[in-house]
Design a protein around this ligand. Structure first.
Ligand code: MN
Length: 260
């Protein structure tokens, strides 16, 4: 199996190394990841400057690997890898392991999920892995092995299920803190939104400056959701798709007469 791994925390992120190590025996693994931290890049791509590609050795010891960095966004990495950098398209694309959760509407801002979604747009099955309870939450250094092992267990289950064209899975793992996750739940993405704040900050030059992110929380969702189950300490799996059409609304609108 040919596997492409990317992320949004950058090619030197320990979560990427942990994911690569956890799946290395599954086949031929290629790592193409952003040169720098790209969290919350969403699905943006680079148009206004050429993409610098560097081939480099990452890490040291038995987990060291040859990787390719791109000075662009996560989606740039995946599309350039599939179109140009790999000799043949991958069978599977993995993204992560992100340092911090990607649940609820944060899925839209996530570069981790965008890298996987880009693969799905090419028809290649893809899985995004994120670990943590909050956004941009460091994974404790002593948990990478366990987190990687759990990602592998989840991936093995998805592979046993049989991955097909268009499959796109968003997987979130709770903080471990020495404990095993309390369960694994297949859940919808919460669309309840978030509560966050822009803080006006003082500026010696007199500019009007706002900083996002001093406070952040997901609003409660009514039914079962990724936000709810992750908060309970479970692993969550949400199948996503890139079809953003509201088909119910569309069907109703198509029954109406629309004339100008
Ligand atoms: Mn990130």
């Amino acid at each position: 199996m040919r596997i492409l791994i990317s992320n949004d925390d950058g090619i030197f992120a320990p979560g990427l190394a942990a994911l690569r190590a956890a799946v290395a025996d599954l086949g031929e693994v290629t790592v193409v990841a952003p040169e720098s931290q790209q969290s919350a890049a969403g699905h943006s791509i680079t148009l206004r400057h050429p993409l610098i590609v560097r081939r480099l050795r990452v890490g040291s010891g038995s987990d060291a690997f040859e990787g390719i960095s791109v000075d662009g966004r996560p989606a740039d990495c995946v599309r350039l890898a599939i179109r140009n950098l790999m000799s043949a398209p991958p069978d599977l694309v993995l993204s992560g392991i992100n340092a911090g959760a990607n649940v609820g509407i944060n899925v839209f801002y996530s570069g981790t999920v965008a890298a996987a979604a880009e693969a799905a747009m090419f028809g290649i099955p893809a899985v995004a892995f994120s670990a943590g309870q909050r956004e941009n939450e460091p994974i404790p250094a002593n948990e990478y092995g366990a987190v990687g092992g759990l990602c592998r267990q989840v991936l093995d289950k998805l592979l046993a299920l049989g991955l097909a064209r268009g499959d796109l899975f968003n997987v979130n793992l709770p903080p471990l803190k020495g404990r095993h996750p309390s369960g694994i739940h297949m859940v919808p993405q919460s669309t309840s939104g978030v509560e966050d704040t822009y803080t006006l900050i003082g500026d010696p030059e007199g500019r009007e400056l706002y900083r996002l992110g001093d406070q952040f929380s997901h609003l409660a969702s009514e039914g079962d959701s990724d936000v709810k189950r992750l908060a309970e300490g479970s692993i969550t799996i949400t199948p996503l798709h890139v079809d953003m059409t509201n088909h119910d609304r569309l069907a109703a609108m198509q029954k109406m007469a629309w004339e100008l």
